[in-house]
Design a protein around this ligand. Structure first.
Ligand code: FMN
Length: 208
């Protein structure tokens, strides 16, 4: 299927078929697409928690407006940024580049200094920047899932503090920002039949 056809077919799934699980091969491909996301500087200062446990998902649903996607999707991905990301994180990243590309870490000192300079901005500003990054990975996940014929629902309708508590993210310095429920639509989900509502090209694009 061509990309645009896939993107027209995808929709924010409200009712998943709880009996359908994503095959391990397809789930791996989807997670790999998320991991391949672009991020500022390439830092990837966030984690993706793959929640499968039914008991935990029941608890999560209770603090996510009782949305059924939380429990009925095949998996629930929780995107959480590293709220205590600091210069040590930059050093680990630089080390990873050096090892992956077989270059001496000292050749990357300019890049390292630039990233550390960014981290000197006010903490509030840094956290806004860090919290944006997982949304790019979310986008990669949405598009990749459409290509794999996997249905999804991106979700912000949840209590991040409660999620962090239930998933033990607080102690890891992680803050959840957005979710991606992944699985297969229920035949009873009426939303799949609705026409896409989008701004017109004229309203959406500005060509200068
Ligand atoms: C960041 C984000 C958060 C969203 N949160 C929810 C949510 O909590 N629950 C829900 O059912 N849909 C949620 N949606 C889905 C949107 O309502 C949906 O993408 C939008 O209406 C466009 O429809 P479509 O995705 O079906 O084309 C969210 C979408 C995004 C991008």
């Amino acid at each position: 299927m061509a990309l645009l056809e896939q993107l027209n077919k995808r929709y924010a799934t409200k009712k998943f078929d709880a009996s359908k699980k994503i095959a391990p091969k397809d789930l791996s491909a989807l997670l790999e697409a998320v991991r391949l996301s672009a991020s500022s500087y390439g830092l990837q200062a966030y984690k993706v928690v793959v929640v499968e446990d039914a008991t935990i998902r029941k608890q999560l649903r209770a603090v996510a407006w009782d949305q059924s996607q939380i429990t009925d999707a095949s998996q629930l991905l929780v995107f959480a940024f590293e709220s205590d990301f600091d210069e040590k994180g930059v050093d680990r990243f630089v080390q990873n580049i050096a090892e992956t590309r077989k270059v001496d870490a000292s050749t990357l000192s300019g890049y390292s200094d630039m990233m550390k300079g960014t981290l000197k901005r006010p903490k509030e500003e840094i956290n806004i920047w860090l919290a944006r990054q997982p949304y790019i990975a979310l986008g990669f996940g949405l598009v990749a899932a459409a290509g794999l014929n996997i249905d999804t629902c991106p979700m912000e309708g949840f209590d991040p503090d409660q999620f962090d508590e239930i998933l033990g993210l607080k102690s890891k310095g992680l803050k959840s920002v957005v979710l991606l429920a992944v699985g297969y639509r229920s035949a009873e989900d009426d939303y799949q039949h609705l026409a896409k509502v989008r701004r017109s090209n004229e309203e959406f694009f500005i060509t200068i």
